[in-house]
Design a protein around this ligand. Structure first.
Ligand SMILES: [Fe+2]
Length: 219
């Protein structure tokens, strides 16, 4: 998959394995151990130009348990520890969502929300992301949504959010090599829809800002 992502244009890949109690029981220690094991197994390959640079983070399920872990330092923020990735259930947003995410900013961690285009409240009314943007939450597009991987509603929602210019970055959300065709098609669709400058911003400058903590570029 790393070879495929490099071919698709990614020079750096930050893996974000799920942390979701009851479904993906991954602690910080588990993820670090698995990542180190993978890097060790690939150590000779990772130095070749065919491979992207790699890093580790996690896609944190937003519930009380995981939120508590992140705020006490046992989540896995993005490398650089300036920002942290969350995802929600597809249904109604949790109570006090914006406030709960805002509280992380006191820990100097900028919340990034994964694939807003895949949440039902956003399909009904894209305005629901406004309170999140007001507290500095950064929105991350899953490019495969533009290729129709998740159906019509997420594709339409992604197009609308692009139109509103509310995304800060775009990602592959690839889980396996079989996902790469949709990633490539999604990147193509992104370039067509927003043009080269904005597409490059979302795929390159936005992610770089998250890793460096230079959020001025995104606010
Ligand atoms: Fe996700």
């Amino acid at each position: 998959m790393l070879l495929g992502l490099k071919k698709a244009g990614f020079d750096r890949v930050v893996a974000t394995p799920h942390m979701r109690p009851g479904m993906f029981e991954n602690s910080r220690e588990d993820l670090l151990a698995a990542f180190n094991k993978t890097c060790l197994a690939l150590s000779a390959d990772l130095t070749t130009p065919a491979f992207p640079a790699v890093g580790l983070s996690s896609e944190h399920w937003l519930d009380d348990v995981v939120l508590q872990r992140v705020s006490e330092g046992t989540g896995v923020p993005y490398p650089g520890e300036h920002a942290v990735l969350f995802e929600l259930a597809p249904g109604p947003f949790p109570q006090r969502l914006a406030n709960r995410l805002y509280e992380l900013r006191r820990k100097k961690l900028r919340p990034v929300l994964a694939h807003p285009e895949r949440y039902e409240p956003v399909w009904k009314d894209a305005e629901v992301v406004e309170p999140l943007l007001d507290v500095g939450v950064l929105l991350q597009l899953d490019v495969a949504a533009l290729a129709g991987k998740y159906g019509r509603a997420p594709r339409k929602a992604a197009e609308e959010l692009l139109e509103r210019e509310v995304y800060s970055l775009a990602c592959s959300d690839a889980h396996k090599p079989g996902d790469l065709a949709d990633v490539t098609a999604g990147i193509e669709a992104l370039f067509k829809r927003v043009g080269e400058e904005e597409a490059r911003f979302l795929l390159s400058n936005g992610p770089a800002a998250i890793l460096s903590g230079n959020f001025d570029l995104l606010d």
